[in-house]
Design a protein around this ligand. Structure first.
Ligand code: ATP
Length: 235
């Protein structure tokens, strides 16, 4: 479904990605792990058109995404939930959800999906008239998931959904990811919490300083000495 070949991205003189290859098949959940600054967020931003590649190709459903604007990429069914949620603090919960359904592909089914969001996260229904900025961090993450559901993704890009959340809220994140999977949504999951990401995924990639250093089935990676030493051992 998603095919990335030899992708490079630079921020001025900083080479953030140095020729990565990565594939995601339809219906898969794939993890992208690695330490701070490894290039995980940049990979997601390149897929969703927020940063331009300096080399390589990104193909989705057989079509190249290079050079497309972020709006055009959303229309193709790729929805990015960025690190730090990025909800609109001065819009209500319900207005935030409506923003998610702005694309033509999502608008038709918006009412039904909004009900699905509220069924999954009753707390959002209770708070639907409240400003997004008044929600707790965990509620904002739920709202970011709800907004992504409203956009009806084919491929969901999740950047650090568990970051800074209490364990009980991380359970909610896991529930939301399970919901997307049950709907057949393909997921590329970025996490510094490698254990969580590898538990939730079938396959994974390990990034180090802008390069893929390991890729395998997640259950193999989770016991791999290198992954253990670098990302899991200190827990
Ligand atoms: P994190 O979890 O901290 O976001 P990451 O693995 O997602 O880490 P990236 O955010 O993709 O890593 O960053 C990769 C490299 O690119 C790092 O060296 C980072 O400092 C650099 N970088 C990221 N964004 C910018 C930017 N806007 N301008 C300049 N350099 C950047």
């Amino acid at each position: 479904m998603l095919r990335i070949n030899n992708l490079s991205v630079s921020y001025g003189p900083v080479a953030a990605l140095r020729g990565i290859d990565l594939t995601v098949e339809a219906g898969e959940t794939v993890a992208l792990v690695g330490s701070n600054g490894a290039g995980k967020s940049t990979t997601l931003k390149a897929i969703s058109g927020l940063v331009p590649p300096s080399g390589g190709t990104i193909e989705f459903l057989g079509e190249t995404l290079n050079g497309l604007k972020p709006e055009a990429i959303v229309e193709r069914g790729i929805v990015h939930v960025p690190e730090g949620r990025r909800i609109f603090p001065r819009l209500s919960v319900e207005q935030n959800l409506e923003v998610g359904a702005y694309s033509a592909r999502a608008a038709m089914r918006r009412r039904r999906i909004r009900e699905e969001v509220y069924a999954l996260f009753p707390r959002l229904r209770e708070r639907r008239q409240q400003m997004g900025g008044s929600l707790s961090g965990g509620e904002q993450q739920m709202l970011a998931f709800g907004r992504a559901m409203m956009a009806q993704p084919t491929l969901l890009l999740l950047d650090e959904p568990s970051l800074g959340l209490a364990p009980i809220i991380v359970e909610e994140v896991i529930r939301a990811i399970a919901h997307f999977r049950a709907e057949g949504v393909t997921i590329l999951l970025v996490e510094q919490n490698a254990e969580l990401a590898l538990t939730l995924s079938a396959r994974g990639y390990v990034l180090e300083t802008g390069q893929v250093v390991l890729t395998d089935e997640s259950q193999t990676l989770i016991t791999h000495p290198k992954v253990w030493a670098s990302y899991l051992g200190e827990k």
